[in-house]
Design a protein around this ligand. Structure first.
Ligand code: SF4
Length: 353
């Protein structure tokens, strides 16, 4: 099994039940990678790190009846050697997104995220012909696939991204990817994205708080763009590509007024979609280390680590106040009249084109 933190409690229940019935069960994934000892209390075996290099050995041991309690990947997998996903095993009619992965790793190392520590700060790339082959396989299985790139940031390496999008141009697909706002400055890239079928980009803006953004990632990368967020969003959306913005509330500089401002920002910029979450101190991330040192961790039930519940003591709010402000922000941003305005905004743009 694999589980993220918010699924860990349920995974543990299932692991315990398998144990009771004498069925060997193995847990892998991000949570088990960060807390292998905890996972080992509920599973016969735990896989730490990326599975590709250790999975064949795990199966061999299982067949020989000698499953070890812990398997640790020797390091990041060589992405040119990972096997092609068995898309044919997926019941295509039950999923509206078909996932493809081209890269792994993220250089930004944001304080609330474990992507850089689990997958590495150095980005690794799959050969483009393998990515194209996966998409061609998907096209044989899904009628009109909505392809989603699972990469944390597909455009970290401009040359790789341009080469990939050139290849995607001929495939007649619609796809969605995750990246950062710097891509809006690159006209060639934007043009290629549009021509190759990109319909939406997911961008982690995180917050509009200046001070928070200075500290959020390794090189204050996101802070460089905060004063141009609006014009860059406009630029991307004017091409017909929607921006799906991700925001987090609850950083130490957050105040009731800043949450109000965030609501205004999201509505005024007519983001195609937005994901608003509450800061969540996941195991393995720097935010958790700081909050633990300050004795501000409130809740140790992993099922509450779902990004919509307050699990720590905020700086300028009580936990209940932050929860209330977050709920009101949701009500404002997703109010029917706001969604209608956004729909009209996009209809006008498409008509103009
Ligand atoms: S939040 Fe996004 S940019 Fe920051 S480390 Fe995680 S994946 Fe990278």
């Amino acid at each position: 099994m694999t589980a993220n933190t918010q699924q860990a409690e349920r995974a543990y229940e299932i692991g315990r039940e398998f144990g009771r019935r004498g069925v060997p069960a193995i847990l892998g994934g991000i949570h088990a990678t960060v807390l292998p000892e905890e996972a080992g209390r509920f599973f016969q075996s735990v896989a730490v790190g990326e599975a590709e290099s250790i999975w064949p050995g795990i199966l061999q041991d299982l067949c020989n009846g000698g499953l070890k309690p812990l398997y640790r990947s020797p390091g990041p997998a060589d992405l040119s050697a990972v096997p092609a996903p068995r898309y044919d095993l997926v019941q295509a009619d039950r999923y509206n997104l078909a996932w493809v992965q081209a890269t792994r790793g993220c250089p930004h190392d944001c304080s609330f995220c474990v992507a850089s520590s689990v997958f590495g700060k150095k980005v690794r790339y799959r050969p483009i012909d393998q990515v194209v082959r996966d998409i061609q396989t998907i096209k044989t299985l899904w009628k009109h696939p909505n392809i989603s790139f699972a990469d944390d940031n597909l455009i970290v390496n401009r040359k790789y991204a341009l080469d990939l999008f050139r290849e995607l141009r001929g495939l007649d697909i619609r796809y969605f990817l995750q990246t950062d706002i710097s891509m809006a400055e690159d006209d060639e890239l934007l043009g290629l994205l549009k021509d190759s079928g990109c319909s939406m980009v997911f961008i982690g803006f995180e917050t509009v708080l200046d001070e928070t953004l200075k500290q959020i990632d390794r090189h204050s990368f996101k802070h460089r763009y905060v004063h141009r967020y609006s014009s860059l969003i406009q630029k991307i959306q004017s091409t017909g590509i929607g921006v799906f913005g991700a925001f987090i509330v609850g950083f130490d500089q957050e105040t009731p007024e800043s949450i109000e401002r965030l609501g205004e920002f999201i509505c005024e910029n007519r983001l195609y979609a937005s994901q608003i979450t509450i800061l969540t101190p996941y195991p393995g991330c720097r935010v958790r280390t700081v909050l633990a040192a300050e004795n501000r961790l409130l809740d140790l039930d992993w099922s509450h680590y779902n990004c919509t519940e307050v699990t720590f003591v905020p700086r300028n709010f009580t936990p209940a106040e932050l929860q209330g402000a977050y709920n009101r922000l949701h009500q404002r941003v997703y109010a029917p009249e706001e969604l209608e305005k956004t729909a009209r905004y996009f209809i006008e743009r498409f008509k103009a084109r």
